[in-house]
Design a protein around this ligand. Sequence first.
Ligand code: HEM
Ligand code: SF4
Length: 492
Amino acid sequence: MVTSPSVAEKVEKKNKFEKYKAEKDGLAVKDELEKFAEMGWEAVDKTDLTGRLKWLGVFYREVTPGKFMLRLRMPNGVLSSHKMRVLAEIVQCYGDDGCADITTRQNLQLRGVRLEDMPGIFERFKQAGITSIQSGMDNVRNITGSPVAGIAANELLDTQGLVRKVQDMITNNSEGNYDFTNLPRKFNIAIEGSREDSIHSEINDIAFIPAFKGGDESSQLGFNVLVGGFFSAQRCDAAIPLNAWVPADDTVVEICRAILTVFRDRGARGNRQQTRLMWLIEAMGLEAFREAVEAQMGQSIAPAAPVDAITDETKSDHLGVHPQKQPGLNYVGMHVPVGHFYAEDMFEFARLAEVYGNGEIRLTLEQNVIIPNIPDSRLETFLQEEPVQKFSIDPSPLVRRLVSCTGSRFCNFALVETKQRAQALSEKLDSLLTVDQPVRMHWTGCPNSCGQPQVADIGFLGTKARKMVNLSRQWTSTWAARWANIPNLASA
Ligand code: HEM
Ligand code: SF4
């Protein structure tokens, strides 16, 4: 690993994760995987098992010992039917234990995977162009982009190529890149190409949003850069403008490289709750941070371009049938409840993509699937397909915006079961209520907030409750006193 003097000189008590990373870089387990597979998971060093293997996307799950979670990378949420089929075949091998989840970073996590099979799985990944490298712990997470990049009628820029290039830079074309395997903390990057902000720019450490140079619509199109957005159990902050505009070319890759380098070399590595990029920006001051990024790039960065505010109201959930910018073609968004599905469903999505589209499949940040490139002439037949009835293209308002983290079925941090509960409650509410607009309900199994309850209309967060009876009594008496003063409710 490259360590700059500024990190080495810092007098700070490093957190326990820093200690094990300093002893052996997480990525080093890549060369030990065969050995681990042969010896069996019980014999693997505990830190390698529960920590470093996450650098390969391999997550030991205490809730299901011996059955691992495998987190992939799906740049811009785009995959082919071939990749989907390879993943379905892997999941299928594990019978009842095998399943997969679509995540809120347009990614896939496979369940039930055995460590002894991992070398063979990675070999298949290589052949199919799939990777899971650097997808967990102090690494850059799956890089998101608009799920309808390249096909949306209202798009300004197609971000797919740029997202891929940034991923390739960070991971050294999926081989693993020691330059960026020891960040102070995890890191999120997103690149938006439309006016919709479907990437949720505000919750990313770096977000690119389209902007014309100088704000003039007849001039060059590029991106304004936002930095420092993050959620944590103790603090949530929206990304702030870096006052930087970059053209939609390799400069995007270079500014990511520069920001990551500054973060790696100067970011705090002490209190784990204070190690995300925003803490560094605050410690340095935004202007000094910007100068450090410029110095790292070896070039000056243009000031941000003025843009119209990008508002949440414009966000589409991409469900249903939508004409593409390519005449005669359509994309269809299908709702996968809480993003959970099985091998047979994955095979079906692959089949639909091949039979009706061009073999491409997209994943959305709302944990759903899009089949693009369906010609007008094939649409009617497509809509009659059985999987289209199972994964509705027009779910009810209380179901369509439902998002859930993993919860206690697989995640050892969880304090409650989330996915089944979330689905059951939405369906129940659906049978009781009539609402005329979607309600965004987000469930998260513990205060780590992976399910982003903070951005929901109704957020559910699993937590421990002590003195529940007393609290509820207090609540009841407080409200009873208030209701007493409201004529209509006094008798309720
Ligand atoms: C200390 C804080 C956190 C811890 C320990 C943590 C832990 C985890 C774990 C263990 C998983 C995988 C669970 C499984 O599926 O088996 C996960 C997934 C995920 N978490 Fe967190 N999490 C934290 C904070 C957050 C925050 C603040 C966000 C964003 C709001 C977030 C977003 C996600 C996402 C999107 C996934 C799915 C994987 C992906 O697409 O990259 N997490 N997290
Ligand atoms: S919020 Fe908690 S329970 Fe849910 S996936 Fe994250 S760590 Fe696990």
